[in-house]
Write a protein that binds this ligand. Structure first.
Ligand code: FMN
Length: 184
């Protein structure tokens, strides 16, 4: 069985990202879904950078950061679902990225294992794409594989959170998922 980890980075409950995350989970063989609408990660900085000497001494070691990274390392395929906030990935993505410093500190074996896991991303953006390509390039040892969804192209307003009521959008997402699954 292929273990699939899905991370939906938007904090909005029931929004486009959350719905897409659930859709992927419903189609995957052995899914684990992390939906930021149900938890928060603490950002780096309110600490004494303890992790640079002893990784387990991060004062936020108990939150979901390490659970997500561990799940990714033990998976066969990962989906990131990201919203565009002011032309960049939303803050949850950057928090997730910076907090990985602790997990990988002094553990190049874990970093190598993490980068090796194939990753697919779905980005809700009607504007910028380049910043997402750049940000996601650090998540894998391969070129980022991204499906960009512009609500406007489906005659939707992304703020309404009803992108999946577009049959075309649904079709594009399911095509992206089945193509990825076959490729793996
Ligand atoms: C603070 C904020 C900034 C946004 N900035 C952009 C933007 O620059 N470009 C864009 O295409 N969409 C932008 N959006 C729209 C979101 O990407 C879109 O509503 C997306 O569906 C949000 O994900 P969610 O539905 O899972 O909450 C912004 C939304 C918010 C809340």
């Amino acid at each position: 069985m292929m273990k699939t980890v899905i991370v939906s980075f938007s904090s909005r409950a029931g929004g486009n990202c959350s719905q897409i995350g659930k859709l992927i989970a419903s189609l995957a063989q052995d899914p684990v879904l992390f939906d930021f609408s149900g938890f928060d990660l603490h950002p780096c900085g309110r600490c004494a950078a303890e992790c640079f000497t002893t990784r387990e001494n991060c004062p936020y070691f108990e939150d979901k950061e390490y659970e997500i990274l561990d799940a990714v390392i033990h998976s066969d395929l990962v989906y990131f679902v990201l919203p565009n906030y002011c032309d960049y990935p939303c803050a949850n993505f950057f928090i997730f990225n910076e907090r990985s410093q602790c997990f990988f500190q002094g553990r190049p074996d874990l970093l190598e294992a993490y980068l090796k896991v194939p990753k697919r991303s779905i980005v809700i953006s009607g504007t910028n794409q380049d910043h997402f390509i750049q940000a996601l390039a650090y998540q894998s040892d391969k070129e980022p594989d991204i499906l960009f969804l512009s609500a406007k192209e489906y005659r939707k307003n992304s703020i309404s959170g009803d992108l999946l009521t577009s049959e075309k959008a649904l079709e594009h997402i399911t095509q992206f998922i089945s193509r990825s699954a076959k490729k793996e």
